[in-house]
Design a protein around this ligand. Structure first.
Ligand SMILES: [Zn+2]
Length: 105
């Protein structure tokens, strides 16, 4: 439970940074981060994203790099694929994308 709690606070920190650097509100920043981690693998994306007007492909390569840099900064020492998976668990609970590896560390 405590790991979930600290993951959430890291995700909150990443969202706050994105919202500040992009000059967008919290919800937009959250959606941008979701676009970055989602990769279209989760059930929510496959079934609900169209209705929500969520198009993960409209995230530019530049923004993707910016977000990745931020994720690496906040989640120090964490494998980037594993970090994305953990962030996705927070942003899209109940619709896990496949785990990056069998051992969850
Ligand atoms: Zn998702």
């Amino acid at each position: 439970m405590s790991e979930i709690k600290s993951d959430r606070s890291m995700v909150d920190r990443i969202i706050a940074c994105i919202s500040k650097s992009e000059g967008i509100d919290w919800n937009e920043a959250r959606q941008m981060l979701h676009k970055y981690v989602c990769e279209g693998k989760c059930n929510w994306y496959k079934t609900k994203s169209k209705a929500a007007g969520f198009d993960r492909t409209d995230l530019t390569e530049k923004k993707r790099e910016d977000i990745e840099k931020l994720v690496r900064q906040v989640m120090k020492g964490c494998d980037i694929e594993y970090a994305k998976w953990r962030i996705h668990n927070i942003l899209c609970p109940g619709h896990p994308r496949p785990s990056p590896s069998k051992d969850r560390r």
